[in-house]
Design a binder for this molecule. Structure first.
Ligand SMILES: Nc1ncnc2c1ncn2[C@@H]1O[C@H](COP(=O)(O)OP(=O)(O)O)[C@@H](O)[C@H]1O
Ligand SMILES: [Mg+2]
Length: 319
């Protein structure tokens, strides 16, 4: 029996969420929802507000404004029974060094026992969980001896030992090599496929978001600027094309934001007989995201009238 099949309400419902630290608006109206079993990637550069968002959903931070429901409950009013239905993997866990893997999981697991229901067997059987996350060979190892990849699997196991309906993972693969990262993605998929766990995972890496998520939410300057599958994102965010050419002995670049670049090219050729080295290139999703990251890192604000991320950079040196 699928214990969650009769719940049609959104697992997460976030409307116009705002967060202000001092005078700084970090979240300026974030709206999204998620259904049971979806894997969401919250993607954005460092400082975009990913941790803030996720901690508000977990009930660890009080928001400034907006409506938030997680499993139908406002996180600011969630009780222990509600909390037992969530799984949390924080950005960094560096404690419990001298504990052994199985020992720590068994200890954590006990806290969930009172919250078992007729439908949900809580906690997870520890040995089964150790097997699921691929830690069988390390079950008796001291935590301090685990590699980065194994440590993150343990973090995940700690996060899900209560068989959560929603799991929040904050940059769970930061610092992992590509192989360990792929293993971790497989694990996330298994959780959503077999346990129907709703997963919200943050990352600043577009590749990772494309690999792991059913849906990607791009957070930029406190707002969701795109929400969809990787394909939808590519269509939504990358309407721009670059046209490059040489004329009058100079290299030129022009960004076409809307419509078909052919119109611009036709016009260009009609006006300038000496055009050579003509090139038309669609801006890729990678280009767009990279521009957004660069802008975030340089501290420039789009709202301050600074460069739009969909505008391709002028070619090196000339234009
Ligand atoms: N407790 C806090 N007090 C003041 N500013 C904060 C606090 N937490 C985060 N910030 C600021 O809010 C912004 C978003 O931070 P954060 O949510 O950690 O972003 P991300 O996880 O996307 O890197 C950053 O500019 C950060 O410096
Ligand atoms: Mg963060």
């Amino acid at each position: 029996m699928d214990r969650r099949s009769e719940a049609p309400a959104a697992t997460l419902d976030v409307r116009d969420l705002r967060m202000r630290y001092g005078t700084k608006d970090v979240l300026a109206g974030v709206t999204f929802s998620a259904q049971q079993g979806e894997v969401l990637a919250l993607l954005g550069p460092n400082g975009a507000g990913k941790t803030t968002t996720i901690e508000i959903l977990e009930g660890f931070r009080a928001r400034s404004a907006g409506d938030v429901a997680v499993l139908g409950t406002d996180p600011e009013r969630g009780d222990e029974a509600w909390r037992a239905r969530l799984g949390v993997v924080q950005q960094s866990w560096r404690d419990h060094k001298l504990w052994r893997v199985r020992e720590l999981l068994a200890y954590q697991a006990r806290f969930y026992a009172p919250f078992a229901t007729a439908d949900v067997a809580r906690p997870w059987d520890v040995d089964e969980l150790i097997d699921v996350v691929g830690l069988s060979e390390s079950a008796n190892a001291k935590i301090v001896t685990l590699s980065g990849g194994l440590r993150r699997r343990l973090d995940l196991a700690i996060g899900i030992v209560g068989r959560p309906e929603v799991a929040f993972l904050d940059e769970p693969t930061a610092g992992l090599d590509p192989h360990a990262r792929r293993d971790f993605h497989d694990l996330v998929h298994r959780l959503s496929d077999f346990e129907h766990t709703t997963i919200v995972m943050t990352t600043h890496d577009l590749d990772e978001a494309e690999n792991v998520a059913d849906r990607i939410l791009v957070l930029d300057e406190g707002r969701i600027v795109a929400d969809g599958s990787a394909d939808q994102l590519a269509r939504e965010l990358t309407t721009a094309a670059e046209v490059r050419w040489t004329s009058g002995g100079q290299r030129h670049v022009h960004a076409v934001r809307d419509g078909d670049p052919s119109d611009f090219v036709r016009d260009l050729l009609a006006k300038h007989a000496d055009v050579t080295e003509l090139e038309v290139r669609r801006v890729s999703l990678e280009d767009t995201y990279m521009a957004l990251v660069q802008r975030a890192e340089s501290g420039l604000s789009r709202r301050g009238g600074k460069p739009d991320p969909t505008t391709p950079k002028a070619s090196k040196g000339q234009a």
